[in-house]
Design a protein around this ligand. Structure first.
Ligand code: FES
Ligand code: FE
Length: 436
């Protein structure tokens, strides 16, 4: 057993060492121990609907081609040519018959196999072992149309990795047999450490203050419920924590922010289908709120892509119900973008805060005093109805502590053998499954 290396969070006092936001060596280790091992959200099936479609994405910093091959199978391949390391694909997405490296034209199939090398006989004398020289492939799995991949072939299944968090994720991603459809992404680069955007996903503490003007505007202009401290501190929603993922949820109809008669569905018909697929409690009685998946999925279908200790590329997708009309889908996508897109009212408030938190790790004084994520310490509970470890109230910093505890488990592990998974206990009522 390896000696424990990181001890950055005191779970009794909530003291966190901000060095984890700015240290180059820690960042490099994260790329290997977290982004080299975890299941990472990298795309959506609606982005590569037909054989030949591809979408360029990232696993950590590493460029990845996501493709649908001739058999309809999904492939995630390192976008690095096996010859001299040039990027084979240099565009965001498209459709093609094969991937041709622009440097010397080595040509790969949609599944990454090396198919053709110029001068194979005349220049290489037939010595290239094409079977061994395909693009490096990641392990791929899907959940309700969302595509995940991992570099670690010893990682547990995606189903076990998501664990009981899926009981809650189904509330948004698995309501309809038609699935969801992704729009986007908007992309932007910001001077933050990637972790600050993830731990913020259920930081409702900042909402009445950092987002005061955006929340006021939504209330005054669009009639949205108020998001002031007197409302939020009393709110009944809670958060569940599973394997470093966090999901915030509300009981319907009383706790929800909006008054849609069909909860999360836009029509009575969609609502009836959701109840059939998820059971009465999940289809009609619970609504998903803010959520994050370890390590880098935030608030729905959005991804933070690390670019250095203090630089992050943010990808914002809108996902909508594929059963909705194109008009409704467009309305939902525009609403998502207006709130959390590149110029979204809420997003721009957040970025400067995350930048300040990330920068603090550079200063000796800040490292000496530490940061404190101690709100609600000791108040975690469990429940017979709702799976996972649960917060006892809506506003707390339990998410932050669960996230950094998971970070530490990954960073201190030699392999997946040392990384624990929470046992699955949830009752998945209804017909929805991992496959949609
Ligand atoms: Fe790709 Fe030479 S680097 S063909
Ligand atoms: Fe925010």
């Amino acid at each position: 057993m390896k000696t424990k290396k990181y001890d950055v969070l005191n779970t009794e006092t909530g003291r966190l060492d901000p060095t984890i936001y700015s240290d180059e060596e820690i960042y490099k280790e994260e790329m290997e121990k977290i982004f080299g091992r975890a299941w990472l959200l990298i795309g959506h099936e609606s982005l590569i609907e037909k054989p030949g479609d591809f979408f360029h994405t990232y696993m950590g910093e590493q460029p990845v081609i996501l493709s649908r091959d001739k058999t309809g199978a999904i492939n995630a391949m390192l976008n690095i040519c096996r010859h001299r390391g040039a990027r084979v694909v240099r565009t965001d997405d498209g459709s093609c018959k094969s991937f041709v490296c622009p440097y010397h034209a080595w040509t790969y199939g949609l599944d990454g196999k090396l198919e053709w090398v110029p001068g194979e006989e005349e220049l290489y004398d037939g010595t290239i072992d094409r079977a061994e020289m395909g693009l490096k492939k990641a392990r791929v799995a899907t959940y309700a149309g969302l595509i995940f991949a991992t570099w670690d072939h010893d990682a547990p299944s995606l189903e076990d990795y998501l664990g009981d968090a899926r009981w809650y994720l189904d509330l948004e991603f698995n309501r309809s047999a038609k699935g969801t459809k992704a729009f986007g992404p908007h992309k932007w680069v910001i001077p933050i450490n990637w972790k600050t955007a993830v731990d913020n996903c259920s930081d409702w503490y900042h909402v009445p203050y950092s987002h005061a003007s955006a929340a006021n505007a939504l209330t005054r202009i669009m009639g949205a419920p108020r998001m002031t401290s007197d409302v939020l501190w009393k709110k009944k929603g809670r958060a569940a924590f599973v394997n470093g993922h966090q999901v915030c949820f509300f009981r319907l109809p009383d706790d929800s922010f909006d008054g849609n008669p069909y909860g999360m569905d836009s029509t009575e018909e969609n609502h009836a289908e959701a109840i059939e697929r998820l059971g009465e409690l999940r289809g009609d009685g619970v609504m998903l709120g803010t959520h994050s998946l370890f390590p880098n999925t935030v608030l729905g279908f959005r991804i933070v892509i690390p670019r250095g200790p203090n630089e992050t590329e943010f990808w914002h997708f809108s996902h909508t119900n594929a059963a909705d009309t194109p008009e409704k889908q467009r309305e939902v996508a525009l609403e998502h973008a207006a709130q959390n897109g590149a110029g979204g009212h809420f997003e721009s408030d957040d970025i400067d805060n995350w930048n300040q938190v990330s920068q603090s790790g550079k200063y000796a004084g800040a490292r000496e005093i530490g940061q404190y994520i101690n709100m609600g310490i000791g108040n975690t509970t469990t429940d017979d109805v709702f799976p996972g470890q649960l917060s006892d109230r809506f506003v707390s910093e339990q998410n932050h502590r669960f996230f950094y505890s998971r970070w530490q488990e990954f960073m201190n592990a030699d392999s997946w053998d040392d990384i624990p998974l929470d046992p699955m206990k949830a009752n998945f009522e209804g017909t929805a499954s991992m496959d949609g």
